[in-house]
Design a protein around this ligand. Sequence first.
Ligand SMILES: [Zn+2]
Length: 435
Amino acid sequence: MSSNTLLVAGGRVLRPDFEVVDADVLIDRDDGVIDAVGPDLAADHEADETLDAAGGLVIPGLVNAHTHVAMTLLRGYADDKPLDAWLREDIWPAEAELGPEDVRAGAELGLVEMIRSGTTAFADMYFHVPELVDAVDRAGLRARLGHGVVTVGKDDEAARADVEESVDVAREYDGAADGRVRTAVMPHSLTTVAEPLLREAVDAARDAGVPVHTHANETREEVEPIVDERGERPLEYADDVGLLSETSFLAHGVHVDEAEIDLLAERDAAVVHCPASNMKLASGIAPVQDLLDAGVTVALGTDGAASNNDLDLFDELRDAAMLGKLGADDAAAVPAAAAVRMATEGGAAALSLPGGRIEAGAAADLAVVDLDAPHLAPAHDLVSHLAYAVRGSDVRHTVCDGQVLMRDREVLTLDAERVVETARKRAVDLVARAE
Ligand SMILES: [Zn+2]
């Protein structure tokens, strides 16, 4: 038995089979792994550190499988516009002014928000990735990070440099932060990266042994030009350039037809469903139940805070379950357990990261949800509560890789007050420069 242990004691535990049992969780802090799950472990183990889970439910840490975390600085800056106008008129001009220190400030704000709402792992596509790597290292989270490549509107040299940066960053930082940071090559989308460079990016990712992450089939306006120009569906094009594989994960997948769903299942590529962003930008309703029925791995993402407008994955859980029913015209579609699975195991699988299960041998990435609040009484079905009633603010403790990131709602790894203050200042300066 390890000499450096953390005990999560006195609570109930959501097991991988979605049974809820009274159990303690014993963690090896050195290895960041769960040693044992069972009743009364406290009686036999003198742990080095104990987290009180009495009156709480221990769940796998949530996985936010698609975001642009530094976009927290643009939260509430521009709302109520379609994707294209929103990007061109508001978001891209502001992003053009972003420096590394802005990205660090926005990222830290997002990391604090995620820790405080029970997220322990995320995937991020943005710029100034080294700043984000450093912030994730200090915050204690797990992440798959990458530099987003856009080549349209750039000359050949600049376009090539952007691809190179994405590949260089992926090679340099894979395994950083004691292995908690993994990387991917991230072409922004099928329409914002020219075909030859998209092929190069995919080949370079395979060479580097890292996944590819991109936006795909988000809006009709994005699908139609591909169909018109190439005579094939976007995911057929993606497959032609070699993009679909068992490590690939695609954000959105809203406008996918049956053949594309079959292709995703065949190639074992994952889809990251972002229901709030899809609703807010009126992008459409992803056929989530159809994807699940076909055996596609589906994860959940908030997308950037400018199109959500928060990074609370419990909101996404609820939105995914509800929008899934509306889209399928069937109240039985995307049931609570399916939504919770997407936010936990599905996310870990999509990102090829550890975590997503509370059991011996699994990564010690977990959150303890307080069940005392009036909006969680009574407790007929705790899986239902996780999907429909729990809020991020109900999370009492957050643990990642065996380390306590938040205890009794106090973030231990970052100075939350300073982070919020710095982000506020940076955001005001940023939009002043952009206007
Ligand atoms: Zn996105």
